[in-house]
Design a binder for this molecule. Structure first.
Ligand code: URA
Length: 285
């Protein structure tokens, strides 16, 4: 397929109509970004954070019946019981099953108090492509899967435009595994501390997958992965191949932002083209 045809297909695929649900400040920040006319000619490099003497708190075993209980009831009747902490260095040694288990009962930050369930991530554990979002929203919190709402539908269409499919050579994860909400129980971006608390889990997921390319979906994902100043706009990060622990990271807009700002879908397509070029240029392709 020529670039032009692929672009047309992509834009068609992304013309989903007004089915966007607002996530809050992160999308607003992206909306406020200056246009990315000139790519930043810098390759930044970030290594996975070295093990620190920090510990993760993990709840006593919670049953899978949580998934069937309304969130308000969980908050009311299920106080989180904590047990001694798990060192981050242990997380860095875990296999998939151990990691899933620890995440599912995590009480490292207050997001655990209002979640229905954790959203670990989904896809091929040997995927060459890793897509990282911000955190679960309402739909994801109910289903326990990432990107299952309108933004997820757009993400699936982005995969199609790239000649890919959810779950086939792709893995989708988030910066935080529990849904962040504001005082009105609406979705919000995770706070810096919440993102940092959860980062060891994503770091371990990345180490286990060892993807060829990481696509950071939106500001929260990009800034957390690249450990950049929170004031950095997405527009300044686009068009550059960044590095996380030596792996290439391409930054693009969050699908929820694109649903709200369809004029930027062309820029997102340019980012995905850069990601595909990076993938093709790698030894793994
Ligand atoms: N937005 C995200 O960043 N992640 C999800 O899983 C869903 C919506």
């Amino acid at each position: 397929m020529s670039d032009q045809n692929r672009r047309v297909a992509f834009l068609n695929e992304m013309g989903l109509g007004p089915v966007w649900s607002r996530r809050g400040a992160a999308t607003l920040l992206e909306q406020d970004d200056a246009p990315a006319d000139a790519p930043v000619p810098v390759i930044s490099s970030v290594t996975a954070s070295a093990p620190v003497e920090k510990e993760l708190r993990v709840a006593e075993n919670t049953s899978s019946a949580w998934a069937d209980v309304a969130p308000a009831k969980i908050a009311a009747i299920s106080p989180v019981v904590t047990k001694p902490t798990i060192p981050v260095t242990e997380v860095a040694q875990m296999d998939w099953e151990q990691l899933k288990s620890v995440v599912s009962t995590c009480t490292q930050c207050d997001l655990c108090k209002s979640r229905t369930q954790t959203v670990f991530g989904v896809g091929d554990q040997k995927a060459r492509w890793l897509f990282v979002g911000e955190g679960p929203g309402r739909n994801e919190d109910f289903q326990g899967l990432p990107f299952v709402g309108p933004a997820g539908k757009l993400l699936d269409n982005m995969f199609v435009a790239m000649g890919m499919k959810r779950g086939e050579n792709t893995y989708i994860a988030n910066i935080v595994k529990c849904r962040p909400t504001d005082s009105n129980k609406r979705d919000r971006p995770p706070a810096g501390e919440e993102s940092r608390s959860c980062m060891p889990y994503l770091e371990r997921q990345i180490a286990l997958i060892n993807p060829t390319v990481i696509v950071a979906l939106g500001k929260t994902a990009a800034l957390s992965l690249l450990k950049l100043d929170p004031a950095t706009p997405v527009s300044k990060l686009r068009g550059t191949v960044h590095r996380y622990a030596g792996l290439p990271v391409i930054v693009t807009y969050h699908p929820a932002y694109l649903l709200r700002s369809p004029a930027d879908k062309g820029k997102a397509w340019a980012d995905l083209c850069l990601a595909m070029q990076t993938y093709t240029g790698s030894a793994d392709a």
